[in-house]
Design a protein. Structure first.
Ligand code: ARG
Length: 465
């Protein structure tokens, strides 16, 4: 073996031959985990500060470590850092460079810790930050939805079940349904954040360390709300990353459902909305085309995040305690889920306030589908007819309208009265779209005044975040 090559490894002491070249590349993670450099440096600075307070290293050593790490961060950010696959991962790349820069003191940084608790700390710091970014984008998206809703409490559209016209709703009510989905995504992310925000450092390789360390100090320095209770658990479980991916997958599912609606609604057949040109692309062959690429991509990308979630669940399943190298595979799915979620949220937060709504097309669509049939049945019930009988009467009336190509509101009173003598002139109040909306006047209903109140409540709760 070449002693020289092997000596480059920070763990090379007990080895008698150099790592196989393929194995070296195969086991390295630096190509993807260098993304964690800022968190790794922040964690190392807090660790060094703790070592100095506990008199495990001197104040001077601590100072030169911190200065060295700051310089390394600048080198990385200036694109001047030489990442080496031979040094395996982000942790050993930075540590080796530190020792190269400051000598002996650099070799003391790893006292009382292991890459196992180090990497777990880095991922938690990273994920906490990414959750905060996702929450900021969600807030922007929710604010966009609120302003869209506010403008459309009087815009009537068909509410659908089975994608068939069902009952009239106001467009604001539909928009607020989206808002509610994202509100639960926010709550889920806030909840995940609590379990992410726990410090593993101090667990060392798996059993803790023999030095008199001060974990509470490190936690405070890094903004963690608590320290982990069990060292074996701290270095091994990635459930917090799995939970994040689950929350991200659900949020992507919501974005995907909304995408589907935007795609359908912007088709010529519906024409309910117009997506701004800057969120669409054309066809290379059909000059007339304007395709809803952004929502289509978001709908497609929701599949990747589901994949990331399954990858992490499968990675964790059946791992014995404590750390196993399997866990190095946690990063790429997690990064992919983060990038995908942030990108899609950003696209939607930008796009939603720019949607153009075609209220006339919505109104025309709801006027066609006998959307007020339930209102007519409810009207008959209020005149003393049992609901099942009312249902039958209205069914017959709809059949007549279909044959005559008329809406219920266009049927002459005399015709309606043939179906039930309980029908009087006031029936046309309930057959109108506005009457139908206004009648659903309770919390959660589509009456414009209820929707306005819901918007006000939502605005307040978003402003408090
Ligand atoms: N690159 C490793 C990871 O991502 C760091 C921890 C390595 N620990 C070890 N004992 N090999 O998980």
């Amino acid at each position: 073996m070449s002693n020289e090559t092997q000596n480059k490894k920070l763990w090379g002491g007990r080895f008698s031959e150099a790592t196989d070249a393929f194995v070296e590349a195969f086991t390295a993670s630096v190509d993807f985990d260098q993304r964690l450099y800022a968190q790794d440096i922040a964690g190392s600075k807090a660790h060094a500060g703790m070592l100095a307070r506990a008199k495990i290293i001197s104040k001077n050593e601590c100072q030169s470590i911190i200065q060295g790490l700051d310089e390394i961060q600048q080198e990385i950010e200036a694109g001047q850092f030489n990442w080496s696959v031979a040094l395996e991962d982000v942790h050993m790349n930075i540590e080796a460079r530190l020792t190269e820069k400051i000598g002996e003191a650099g070799k003391k940084l790893h006292t009382g810790r292991s890459r196992n608790d180090q990497v777990a700390t880095d991922i938690r710091l990273y994920l906490r930050q990414m959750i905060d970014l996702a929450l900021a984008e969600l807030k922007r998206l929710q604010q966009g939805l609120l302003s869209l809703a506010q403008q459309h409490t009087q815009t009537v559209m068909p509410g659908f079940t089975h994608l068939q016209v069902a009952q009239p709703v106001c467009f604001a009510h539909h928009v607020m349904a989206w808002f509610e989905m994202f509100e639960r995504d926010v709550q889920r992310l806030l909840d995940v954040r609590k379990r992410v925000n726990v410090l593993p450092l101090g667990a060392a390789a798996l059993a803790g360390t023999t030095y008199a360390i001060d974990r509470e100090y490190v936690a405070k320095e890094l903004g963690f709300a608590a320290v982990s209770e069990n060292s074996l658990d701290a270095v091994s479980d990635r459930d917090f990353a799995i939970e994040f991916c689950a929350a991200a997958a659900l949020c992507m599912t919501h974005l995907s459902r909304q995408s589907e609606e935007l795609i359908i609604w912007s088709s010529q057949q519906f024409g309910f909305i117009d997506l701004p040109d800057r969120f669409c692309t054309g066809s290379s062959i059909m000059p007339q085309k304007k395709n809803p690429d952004v929502p289509e991509l978001v709908r497609g990308k929701s599949g990747r995040v589901n994949g990331d979630l399954i990858a992490l669940l499968t990675l964790m399943k059946a791992q014995p305690l404590a750390y196993n190298k399997d866990n190095q595979e946690d990063k790429e799915p997690l990064f992919d889920a983060v990038d995908t979620l942030l990108g899609c949220l950003r696209a939607f937060a930008d796009m939603v306030p720019a949607l153009k709504v075609n209220a006339d097309a919505m109104r025309a669509a709801v006027s066609k589908g006998y959307a007020t049939a339930t209102d007519l049945a409810d009207y008959l019930v209020k005149k003393g007819i049992a609901f099942r009988d009312a249902h039958e009467i209205v069914g017959n009336a709809v059949a007549w309208c279909e044959k005559e190509s008329k809406d219920l509101s266009e049927a002459p009173l005399s015709v309606l009265q043939e179906f039930s003598s309980a029908i009087e002139k006031d029936v046309f109040n309930v057959l109108s779209l506005e009457g139908s909306l206004a009648a659903r006047d309770h919390i959660g209903g589509t009456a414009p005044r209820q929707v306005l109140a819901a918007i006000e409540r939502a605005k307040k709760s978003v402003a408090q975040r």
